[in-house]
Write a protein that binds this ligand. Structure first.
Ligand SMILES: *Cc1c(COP(=O)(O)O)cnc(C)c1O
Length: 397
């Protein structure tokens, strides 16, 4: 097959050339005397991406799921109560992981397509006068449904209830792509992975931890080994790791962080928003509906689209893959067969979104869903034309 395969799943995402090039190097000595000169500034700059000054960053050779495990085992004790809202496959899986670790999991069950229920959470916290809830777990961007929740609002709910629970956030498909403010929102643990907004291969869990969470860690009794903050932190303070770090990925991460900070985090978020608005304009022009139930929840990193009744979204995805070299995200569990997803996270631009929309249109029509050819592409084009930065064009001599 010629050309590039269209990768429009919400992770792994498209890898920029500078990131790939930064990883094309021989394996290196992770105990070299000059290794800390590389790692210490990397930790410092990652804090900027998480927007934390007082927090600490941990890097584990793992994936986002390992970051979840690091968060709960390092700061809680067996049997502790955690409050989590479930409104999609990823929030469901985090709740499930908590159950398998023996925590008392209090679930706020929410319809898929809605976001974190702030009022219900505040009511639960206010009712918990004995402060049995030790942590509130929030999936910032539910990748399964294309729903972004208001993490700052969860912090306000905790404050309104004067509740001391830790605030833990799954930012796997939001950090480094959409607006995320660890310190401002009082996030105690922020979990990310390498293969989404950071535009890297899978293989790193990137975890931001507040001083409050580090204090909780001192008395937390859950068994932990590989993910232990103390062991990791002791080695990290001198720029080293307690076991072999994924040095190649760390080199890629350096390039990725340089790209993100070079563009500016506000610009990165604005770019994701503009691209997502174009994708949503395309979906509206098709006459299809989003899985996300209200604009306040629309995700700027992934758009989940419902197929009309009587159609199977898996057919759209298979057709796009086999006929047009286009990978789209599947509908997961509860929305299997009902939803397909366009990932627009990381290294993406306008033309790439138009490509994805064009491929979707062909696949939709192939399976018998009557969208007007070119309608979604045209709507997105007009959005991008209207919102393109107006720059002086170079004069032709
Ligand atoms: C991808 C994803 C995860 C899982 O991360 P892995 O790296 O696959 O372990 C968790 N939460 C969200 C919101 C995700 O998008």
């Amino acid at each position: 097959m010629s050309g590039f395969h269209g990768l429009f799943i919400p992770g792994p995402t498209n890898m920029p050339f500078p990131v790939r090039q930064a990883m094309d190097l021989p394996l290196e000595d992770q105990r070299a005397p000059d290794f800390p000169a590389f790692t210490l500034p990397l930790f410092r700059d990652l804090k900027k991406v998480f927007r934390t000054e007082s927090g600490q960053i941990f890097l584990f050779p793992s994936s986002g799921t390992g970051g979840w495990e690091a968060a709960i085992t390092n700061t809680l004790s067996p049997g502790d109560k955690v409050l989590i809202a479930v409104f999609g496959q990823f929030s469901h899986l985090w709740a499930d992981l908590c159950r398998r670790h023996g925590f008392d999991v209090d679930v706020l069950d929410v319809a898929w397509g809605e976001g974190f229920p702030l009022d219900a959470c505040e009511a639960r916290l206010k009712a918990d006068r004995a402060h049995e809830i030790k942590a509130v777990l929030v999936c910032h961007n539910e990748t399964a449904t294309g729903v972004t929740s208001d993490v700052g609002g969860v912090r306000r709910a905790l404050e309104a209830a004067r509740h001391p629970a830790l605030l833990m956030v799954d930012g796997v498909s939001s950090i480094a792509s959409i607006d995320f403010r660890m310190d401002e929102w009082g996030v105690d643990i922020a979990v990310c992975g390498s293969q989404k907004g950071f535009m890297l291969p899978t293989g790193l869990a990137i975890v931001g931890v507040s001083q409050k969470a580090l204090d909780a860690h001192k008395t937390a009794k859950c068994p932990r080994g590989f993910f232990d903050f103390t062991m990791m932190g002791n080695a990290n303070k001198d720029g080293f790791f307690p076991y072999t770090p994924a040095t190649t990925l760390l080199r890629g991460l350096r390039a990725s962080v340089d790209m993100l900070l070079g563009e500016g985090l506000d610009n990165v978020a604005a770019r994701h928003h503009r691209l997502a608005e174009g994708a949503r304009a395309g979906v509206a022009a098709w006459g299809l509906s989003l899985c996300a139930k209200a604009p306040k929840w629309y995700s700027d990193t992934v758009t989940a689209i419902c197929v009309p009744k009587g159609f199977n979204s898996d057919d759209v995805i298979k057709t796009a893959y086999h006929r047009y070299q286009l990978s789209l995200g599947l509908g997961l569990t509860k929305v299997a067969g009902k939803v397909f997803r366009i990932g627009h996270i990381g290294h993406v631009n306008e033309i790439m979104i138009l490509q994805a929309l064009a491929g979707c249109e062909m696949a939709l029509r192939d399976v018998g869903i009557d969208v007007a050819p070119g309608s979604g592409v045209a709507a997105a084009q007009e959005h991008y034309r209207e919102t393109a930065p107006r720059m002086e064009l170079p004069k032709v001599a």
